[in-house]
Design a protein around this ligand. Structure first.
Ligand code: ADP
Ligand code: MG
Ligand code: ZN
Length: 503
């Protein structure tokens, strides 16, 4: 198969995502007051409604409607005041009612969009002059339209026993756990506006950051509370009609989403270039083999016999309700990122990384409170480069380590050593540094004396430096550090040595 870059020169990839998110932070199910359980024993959180007993009547969960309206407002959707629930029929043991309650042509949220910022290596996947303007550093912004976000309910969990990898093939028994049945689920469908695997990955990431910030779900791809199907078709560059798409399932990480789309783009290109046709089918991503395989040919909408649910009255959302949802939306990641850049002058990628994770953003802001606004940039570096390796750092510790780094009192390597030592005890990094004599001198006279001593002693290395072997500088810095017994600052030594050698 050809490589992605090769394929995308001749072909345009057209990608649309369908993203399901369980509203895991709610307390009860969508149409009954059964508890939302995550690890309770199987079939303990069930009742006549979610088990589909005849005559049981559903009552919509208002908090779930609040969550979906917040999701819609945060993704620039138009909130529909009038919408209703439909029944989507199918027969399978994971839904005892034999239909899933979902929404029809009008969803609570319609016609939104998110703007994607694509930069770095990933931006290279999109060839130049293909619909977006690229900046001088190769980065670009792609507006991605959202068709709709509708409300529905999750099905029960099936456990296939005896087969390989829990798959149904070769299983000897299949078990059903109805605890998950009736869990509030929102499905977001994008327009087919994504053009590269990287754009799809970033879109999914941005959606996750947004929903996490709203607090409507724990958004775990790994545990399946956030799931994504990738639709993909190809067309020759310049062609305006859409090609036939395939739909990919079993994508449970950002990497899988990227790799599955990359594989499928290359596979379709090969089929088309050999004169074959792409069939509209659902395919299963196999991460271990890095390939997609056919699951089933596409069912059509008619098979579901979709019609309005007579047990559920149509909705009339009021302005007050929508205002109430709007008021509950906290500062969103993009706004937070822009505020960090404007108030602290932090590097854009660092600011975006911190702002995207509400827990980290709160930690960052608390640490800046401790260390002071002037040190915010170093706090950001600490948040991005050090904090992820530790589990239990407090805002005080993060603020303190950032202050030490900002004063050049310790090196980055020493910062790790200090954090390793204090992460569990909760000790203050500054106190630890002083107690262990790690604080580095910035007394230039003392350092200059050491530099002169080392240069006088290491005649051979100095000659090598002048002969063009600049790498020997590292050795000289090491000699200075040794002479200073670790209290010197390598950055300062490096600067002073270079100055003297180049003089
Ligand atoms: P289906 O009825 O098969 O579920 P939809 O029309 O509902 O298809 O679209 C599902 C997703 O597939 C949407 O995200 C949409 O943007 C995307 N999509 C639709 N047509 C194409 C196409 N030809 N190529 C790629 N993606 C597509
Ligand atoms: Mg679909
Ligand atoms: Zn129930």
């Amino acid at each position: 198969m050809k490589k992605l870059a090769e394929v995308l020169k001749d072909w345009e990839a057209v990608i649309g995502l369908e993203v399901h998110t369980e509203l895991t932070t709610l307390e009860t199910k969508m149409f009954c007051d059964c508890k939302l359980s995550h690890d309770d024993p199987p079939n303990t959180n069930v009742c006549p409604v979610c088990l589909g007993m005849p005559g049981a009547l559903p009552v919509p969960n208002e908090k779930a409607i609040e969550s979906i309206v917040m999701a819609g407002l945060a993704t620039n959707c138009e909130i529909q005041r009038h919408s209703m629930f439909y029944r989507k029929h199918y027969f399978y043991p994971d839904m005892a009612k034999n239909f899933q309650t979902t929404q029809g042509p009008v969803a609570f949220c319609m016609h939104g969009h998110l703007d994607l910022e694509v930069s770095g290596e990933g931006a290279k996947e999109r060839p130049d002059n293909t619909g977006v303007e690229k900046n001088s550093d190769g980065s670009y912004t792609a507006p991605i339209r959202i068709l709709r976000i509708h409300m529905e309910e999750d099905a029960a969990k099936m456990v296939h026993v005896g087969g390989e990898e829990g798959r149904i093939t070769a299983a000897t028994e299949s078990l059903v756990d109805y605890n998950r049945c009736g869990t509030p689920l929102i499905e977001l469908v994008t327009e087919p506006d994504l053009r590269t695997p990287e754009e799809a990955r970033l879109f999914m990431e941005k959606l996750r950051e947004t929903f996490l910030t709203l607090g409507i779900s724990d958004c775990s791809l790994e545990n399946g509370s956030m799931r994504c199907d990738g639709n993909i078709s190809l067309r020759r560059r310049g062609e305006t009609r859409l090609g036939t798409k395939t739909e990919m399932k079993n994508i449970n990480s950002f990497k899988s989403l990227h790799d599955a789309l990359e594989y499928e783009i290359c596979r379709q290109a090969e089929v088309l270039e050999e004169g074959g046709i792409v069939y509209q089918e659902t395919r299963h991503w196999e991460p271990s083999h890095k390939r997609t395989v056919v699951m089933r040919v596409k069912e059509t909408a008619d098979d579901y016999r979709l019609f309005p649910d007579p047990d559920l009255a149509p909705f009339d959302l009021t302005d007050e309700f929508i205002d109430h949802c709007q008021a509950r939306i906290p500062e969103l990641p993009d706004a937070k990122r822009d505020r960090y850049i404007a108030s602290y002058g932090i590097k854009r990628s660092d600011a975006a990384q911190i702002a995207g994770d509400p827990t980290r953003a709160a930690e960052f802001e608390a640490a800046v409170q401790v260390a002071g606004d002037k040190v915010a940039e170093t706090v950001a570096k600490v948040m991005v480069n050090l904090v992820p390796s530790y589990e239990t750092l407090s805002a005080n510790q993060i603020g303190s380590i950032a202050s030490l780094l900002a004063e050049d009192a310790i090196t980055f390597a020493q910062a790790r050593e200090v954090l390793d030592a204090v992460q569990e005890s909760g000790e203050d990094p500054a106190a630890y540094v002083d107690a262990h004599g790690m604080r580095q001198s910035t007394d230039t006279d003392a350092l200059a004396a050491i530099v002169d001593e080392v240069l006088g002693r290491c005649v051979d290395q100095v000659q090598q430096y002048h002969d063009g072997n600049k790498k020997v500088l590292g050795y000289l810095v090491g000699q200075c550090m040794k002479a200073a017994k670790g209290t010197g600052n390598p950055k300062a030594f490096n600067k002073m040595l270079s100055e003297k050698l180049e003089a």
